[in-house]
Design a protein around this ligand. Structure first.
Ligand code: GLA
Length: 371
């Protein structure tokens, strides 16, 4: 294994453990996680591998096979960190005095900037490896929560639980239905190929600068609306018309998206459990329109990916993840794959957009030990 060889070359011994954690796409349930709602992600075949040996001092040595120098960087535990190293140092920081330092080598193959949660994969891989070598006995959900806390409190990104939970808990061939309030989850078989279908990821390769600020703004709007409606979270809105009558402007639109999106997740889960996977396309399309018009987190590239893939023969499509760039997913009959790709590529060329990248998304295994 490449990461093990790199670890040995850098630190002069074999790692004590090696863990792999994947990125994710979300089938449906967008921006619902921090509203105590429902999500339905699945893990993608790309992820992060972390080789690790604990140290008995307060030093982290960190090597990435993807970042420039090929030499490990040395960072004191609990110190400020920069760039991608924050996700690792943050996880160690959140574990407090349960751990000291570590020698770590990281290898990753999540396409960068595609919005497939490479940062959650990194956090969960490192958290799982530390849990293993220190025999902390944490469950996958506890590791996801720890990773989310690192991202919220150390990195400063106010994300929900979806990405880390998907990376920690998903199973091969299945989607993960997660209730973000109770944290109860259930895996649901997602066998697209047996229905003559595939899920195509369309990576716009565009990520808009203001995404982080807009994310925090949406979250604040939802919290403000919940306060006005007198509910703990927008998950609790049962009378949508009544709620909308009490709100105005952006908050009104945000609430309409969240409440209807939660219904769409439940409806989609119902279809999957009934074996009606060919019928989910309309829900994907409705989710996209709601994210575009009510939640306002789409982008011209994402909208065009969705429109052009449907013109090319997709059964449904939507942006996936936080938005403002990143990827769309399209549910495509196998025999239409080439025509969908051609339709999207041509539409992008006509508009003068950077060529998109296409990735096949088959539901992969969540975090697991490799060695
Ligand atoms: C990002 C966040 C998640 C979730 C999605 C939107 O991926 O990290 O917690 O809020 O956006 O559904």
């Amino acid at each position: 294994m490449r990461v093990v060889e790199a670890f040995r070359a850098a630190y002069g011994a074999s790692p004590q453990t090696v863990w792999r954690a994947p990125g994710r796409v979300n089938l449906i349930g967008e921006h619902t996680d921090y509203n105590d709602g429902f999500v339905l992600p699945f893990a993608v075949p790309w992820g992060v591998t972390a080789a690790l040996t604990p140290r008995d001092d307060d030093t982290i040595r960190l090597l990435s096979l993807q970042s420039g120098s090929g030499e490990p960087v040395t960072i004191p535990t609990h110190a400020d960190a920069q760039g991608w190293t924050r996700y690792v140092v943050g996880v160690l920081d959140m574990l407090g005095d349960k751990v000291r330092g570590a020698d770590i080598a990281i290898d990753g193959d999540v396409p960068q900037g595609a919005g497939l949660s490479s940062s959650a994969a990194l956090e969960v891989a490192v958290a799982s490896a530390l849990n293993d070598v220190h025999a902390l006995g944490m469950t996958p959900m506890e590791l996801a929560l720890l990773s989310q806390k690192a991202e919220n409190d150390f990195v400063g990104m106010p994300c929900g639980i979806m990405d880390q939970a998907a990376s920690a808990l998903c199973e091969e061939g299945k989607a993960l239905f997660l209730d973000c309030r109770s944290l109860g989850s259930r895996t649901i078989p997602l066998d697209l190929a047996s229905h003559g279908l595939s899920m195509l990821i369309i990576d716009t390769q565009v990520h808009h600068e203001h995404a982080g600020g807009e994310y925090a703004k949406r979250r604040a709007e939802c919290e403000s609306a919940a306060r006005k409606l007198g509910v703990a979270a927008l998950r609790d809105v049962t009378d949508l018309a009544g709620a909308l009558a009490q709100l105005q402007g952006d908050e009104r639109k945000r609430v309409e998206h969240i409440v209807t999106e939660n219904h769409r997740v439940e409806a989609l889960v119902g279809l999957l459990r009934a074996g009606a996977v060919t019928e989910i396309g309309a829900l994907l399309n409705a989710s996209h329109l709601s994210l575009r018009d009510l939640y306002e987190v789409s982008s011209p590239e994402l909208d065009l990916a969705v429109e052009a893939s449907i013109r090319g023969g997709a059964r449904g499509a939507r942006m996936t993840g936080g938005g403002f760039g990143g990827s769309a997913i399209a549910l495509v009959p196998l025999e239409r794959l080439e025509s969908v790709k051609e339709s999207v590529s041509n539409a992008y060329a006509e508009r003068g957009f950077k060529a998109p990248r296409f990735l096949p998304a088959t539901p992969a295994q969540g975090a697991h030990r490799l060695a």
